[in-house]
Design a protein around this ligand. Structure first.
Ligand code: NAI
Length: 305
């Protein structure tokens, strides 16, 4: 496995993070991007990610140099002819992904694994036009990949078991934490849980019962801490299933179910308040708040050591 050669296609927010993790674990890794401006920035982006890891005492300067030595940048898909795993991280446009997989199938070795970092497309829709569907699999990383270890591995109907095993081995070697789903469901697992919580959070704020600050404070001081140690099922076992059944029977009918909660998100987006990128969302994002966030991220990296 140590001699796997990795290709990452699309060197944006996710692609460069994934590629840097692969290079850091010792794999020769080539990132292919079609945007020349982005290509020019890629080494700097990798260095920024590696610097965060150095600051958190997770790697040494020598490991950083080695990683940068393993990382290659290209605008040419043909540079992936000798790669045995490709991870696609181009924008979430189905037709563009179809075109790319067709090309990768022609260029890459017949035994190469083709994985997609898609957030939303089901595996069978992505591999629809592929000749060898058995070598296709979803590897859904979380942002930023060097901080959040989870990768959801989602096989399609035709995915070969050996392909899943090879991918899981690679993900473990790059110090990610892979989980394999039995079947594809929209949003996989993580996003379903994330958006179930967001729906209720929006509902609470929409009713006026609490502000976004209060909801965030509750989450950070309670569930946030618990969920770092145990999942919802472990939590239910610990709390007692009889108690959970009784509370859930009364509470669940009261929880938000519809999409009217999205009006709150629509109000902000209509005003151009998109969050950190525009300086305002539910909060005002000035430089001080952004620095606080960076410090929290450093702390999370150190805690995860
Ligand atoms: P991005 O827009 O930051 O990066 C996409 C990159 O792909 C750009 O640099 C672009 O120049 C390049 N590109 C476009 N077409 C290409 C092609 N045909 N060949 C090579 N390079 C090409 O996008 P981001 O956020 O990194 O997302 C990539 C994928 O990862 C999407 O499928 C997205 O749904 C998924 N994803 C995104 C997450 C996020 O938080 N942003 C989290 C998990 C998955």
């Amino acid at each position: 496995m140590a001699n796997e050669v990795i290709g990452v296609v699309g060197g944006g927010l996710m692609g460069i993070g994934i590629a840097t993790k692969c290079a850091l674990a010792g794999f020769r890794t080539t990132v292919v991007d079609t945007n020349r401006d982005r290509i020019a920035e890629l080494s700097k982006s990798a260095s920024t990610i590696l610097s965060e890891l150095i600051d958190a005492d997770l790697i040494t300067c020598a490991q950083c140099d080695q990683a940068l030595g393993n990382l290659h940048v290209s605008d040419e898909l043909f540079d992936l002819t000798d790669a045995n795993i490709a991870i696609e991280a181009i924008p979430e446009i189905l037709s563009a992904k179809h075109q790319l997989f067709e090309k990768l199938e022609r260029i890459m070795r017949p035994d190469a694994v083709i994985a997609s970092n898609t957030s939303s497309f089901p595996p069978d829709a992505l591999s629809e036009h592929m000749v060898q569907k058995e070598r296709f699999v979803i590897a859904h990383f979380w942002n930023p990949p060097h901080v959040i270890p989870l990768v959801e591995v989602v096989p399609g109907t035709d995915t070969n078991k050996s392909v899943i095993d090879r991918l899981v081995r690679l993900l473990t070697e790059i110090r990610s934490e892979p989980v394999v789903l039995n079947a594809a469901i929209p949003g996989f697992i993580g996003n379903r849980l994330q958006f179930a919580v967001l729906r209720e959070a929006l509902h609470i704020v929409s009713t006026g019962a609490a502000t976004p600050e209060t909801v965030d404070a509750v989450m950070k001081a309670s569930l946030g801490r618990r969920y770092g140690m145990m999942g919802p099922f472990e939590g239910a076992d610990l709390g007692g299933l009889g108690t959970f059944l009784s509370v859930a029977s009364h509470l669940m009918p009261q929880l938000a179910k519809g999409e009217e909660v999205l009006d709150l998100l629509r109000e902000h987006t209509k005003k151009g308040e998109l969050g950190v990128s525009t300086g305002r969302g539910f909060y005002k994002w000035d430089q001080a708040r952004i620095e606080d966030l960076k410090a929290l991220r450093r702390r999370q990296l150190v805690t995860a050591k």
